[in-house]
Design a protein around this ligand. Structure first.
Ligand SMILES: C[S@@+](CC[C@H](N)C(=O)[O-])C[C@H]1O[C@@H](n2cnc3c(N)ncnc32)[C@H](O)[C@@H]1O
Length: 223
């Protein structure tokens, strides 16, 4: 059996935690030591579904401006680019600079190198800063910065899922815009909080594998 090869490590800003990038044959995996696997390029159905559901729900059809929170391995970004036209702009916010470099230099192939698309703009930093200073606003905001409302990467991410975070996110949406949030687990309290913050909420259960196998992931759409 071929072994996994450790390729790179990166410190997560504001924490003492590391991200470790492994390669096993042609598959990549990002692990937080002591916490578990954050991502694997083998399974990405729910990361793609996040963008597909959001883009289908947003009302704007041209000149769209989208925000993807968390680059990871680029599957949500690639799926968002596939849904929108040549006049659109997709901004991806990524906290860990090395993750952007890994996508450019090492692991861009499985997602089809979405950072090379001329419609992509990269913001290296906290997606919360982009929400607070959102320019002309977004037609869709796709959030997959962590494991969902129960943060795994950094405690500061909890803010994104609070009343205040949700209200700021709502203000960053253009009329007819949509917020889509990915989560590894069900969270009725968070769903209620979205409603309380003025969203009309739709809950989806999605499978990581296209064949409908494996764990259940959750996506909330807020209009
Ligand atoms: C689970 S991965 C995202 C997976 C992605 N949806 C995909 O298709 O590959 C989460 C990513 O969000 C990044 N991240 C975590 N907190 C963040 C924040 N506050 N702002 C921007 N990016 C963040 C992590 O470094 C990681 O790359």
């Amino acid at each position: 059996m071929p072994r996994s090869v450790k390729l790179r490590t990166a410190l997560i800003p504001d924490t003492r935690k590391e991200l470790v990038l492994y390669k096993h044959q042609d598959k990549f995996s990002i692990v937080i030591p002591g916490r578990g696997e954050l991502m694997n390029s083998r399974v990405h159905g729910s990361e793609r579904a996040l963008a597909e559901l959001a883009c289908a729900a947003m009302q704007a059809r041209s000149n769209t401006r989208l925000l993807v929170g968390g680059l990871g391995m680029g599957f949500t970004l690639a799926a968002a680019l596939a849904q929108v036209g040549p006049d659109s702009e997709v901004i991806v916010a990524e906290l860990v600079p090395e993750v952007v470099a890994w996508n450019r230099e090492l692991m861009g192939e499985p997602s089809g190198h979405p950072l090379s698309d001329p419609r992509t703009q990269v913001f290296v930093g906290d997606v919360a800063d982009l929400l607070r200073d959102c320019g002309s606003g977004f037609d869709a905001i796709m959030m997959d910065v962590d494991n969902g409302p129960a943060a795994m990467i950094r405690r500061e991410n909890d803010w994104l899922y609070t009343d205040e975070g949700l209200l700021i996110t709502r203000q960053a949406l253009r009329p007819g815009g949509v917020l889509a949030v990915w989560s590894a687990s069900a969270d009725q309290m968070f769903q209620n909080r979205m409603r309380r913050c003025g969203f009309r909420v739709e809950a989806h259960i999605v499978r990581p594998h296209r064949a409908g196998k494996g764990a259940r992931h959750h996506i909330w759409l807020g209009r």
